[in-house]
Design a binder for this molecule. Structure first.
Ligand SMILES: C[S@@+](CC[C@H](N)C(=O)[O-])C[C@H]1O[C@@H](n2cnc3c(N)ncnc32)[C@H](O)[C@@H]1O
Ligand code: SF4
Ligand code: SF4
Length: 315
């Protein structure tokens, strides 16, 4: 397949696995007609089995650094003025504590920022593979930095695959061709997502909505049920974890399970039962039908800002 053919594919997958896609592109895969409650049923929701509580999907944030600075990034990278990498030792301890409290995770996303900004990214992947004996590990990347062969060899495992965003239509310089060739050479499955209109969701303020409306925002949100693990804590979603790390929402809105010490499984269950999480009241929401919903805007993906965007600090 030539490079241009590849660019025009909606989503290319090699290897034996096809993963559900993340955020905006979930919309194109799932279709835009999803009704509120069907989404969670389609997505692997948390269930209890003999081994304990299983979580459908967790984003493990291994860095706040990014090689791009998209002004509308849903993970709020554009606001970090002093982005940090996660600490590997703290991460290892915290994921062990989490693993001891739950039955497992079906999909473990390794995410930033840009994961390859963290030079030890492969050790984070290995830690997840070692600590969680089941579940698919998906490394998300913007394909601007090539992972070195030694790191790819280190994490070679049929449980690991890659999800790459293609921003070439938006004029972003990437290394997609080299990247996918390298993955193929190492036998990894991968998926390329061609960015289309993004959600205008990178805003943090008190929307002052009644609780019933916040509940609706949560019910409509395409990342409800995509838990996020950042700074040793498990949060309801990536907005909640990054807004907390930025200090962009008041502290009393942080609802997270601290995994830096032993975790009580009931605390995890309580987090999963939040309806809505308090952070939703400071979030515009991420409705799956944003492209047709007149109350929401669609923005051009991957528009860059040179400098970090300002925001009011809440703590
Ligand atoms: C936050 S990025 C992190 C991984 C990597 N840096 C990348 O860009 O692919 C994860 C996914 O979110 C998507 N995304 C970022 N901002 C978005 C937005 N405002 N609306 C919808 N999707 C968004 C990206 O295109 C990517 O598929
Ligand atoms: S969407 Fe852009 S700013 Fe956000 S993590 Fe991906 S590349 Fe970085
Ligand atoms: S804070 Fe609520 S509405 Fe916003 S992204 Fe998270 S779950 Fe969705």
């Amino acid at each position: 397949m030539t490079g241009s053919e590849r660019q025009h594919n909606e989503a290319k997958t090699t290897g034996s696995r096809l993963y559900p896609v993340y955020s905006a592109t979930t919309v194109s895969i799932q279709g835009e007609n999803r009704v509120e409650d069907s989404f969670r049923k389609e997505w692997p929701s948390p269930v209890s089995d003999a081994d304990g509580l299983r979580l459908g999907s967790v984003d493990f944030v291994i860095t706040e650094k990014c090689s791009l600075k998209c002004k509308d990034c849903c993970n709020l990278m554009q606001f970090y003025s002093s982005p940090r990498n996660a600490d590997l030792e703290q991460f290892q301890t915290a994921i062990r504590n989490l693993a001891a409290a739950i039955g497992g995770i079906d999909k473990l996303n390794v995410v930033g920022g840009e994961v390859f900004m963290n030079k030890r990214w492969a050790d984070f992947v290995l830690a997840l593979l070692d600590t969680f004996p089941t579940g698919d590990v998906v490394v998300l990347s913007n394909a601007t930095i090539l992972p070195v062969d030694a790191d790819l060899e280190k994490i070679a495992n049929p449980r690991v695959s890659f999800q790459l965003s293609d921003y070439s239509k938006q004029g972003v310089r990437q290394r997609m061709e080299e990247f996918t060739e390298r993955l193929e050479r190492h036998g990894f499955g991968y998926k390329v997502i061609h960015a289309e209109g993004w959600q205008d969701c990178a805003h943090m303020r008190d929307y002052g909505r009644p609780e019933a409306v916040n509940k609706q925002v949560f019910a409509n949100c395409c990342v409800a049920g995509f838990y996020s693990f950042q700074d040793g804590r498990l949060y309801p979603c990536p907005f909640a974890s990054n807004a907390a790390a930025l200090g962009a929402i008041p502290e009393h809105l942080d609802e997270a399970v601290d995994c830096t010490a032993a975790v009580d499984p009931e605390e995890v269950r309580a987090l999963l039962e939040l309806n809505p999480p308090a952070a939703c009241s400071w979030c515009p929401g991420r409705p799956a039908d944003y492209k047709t919903n007149s109350r929401f805007s669609v923005v051009t993906p991957a528009v860059q800002t040179r400098t970090p965007l300002p925001y009011p600090k809440m703590r």
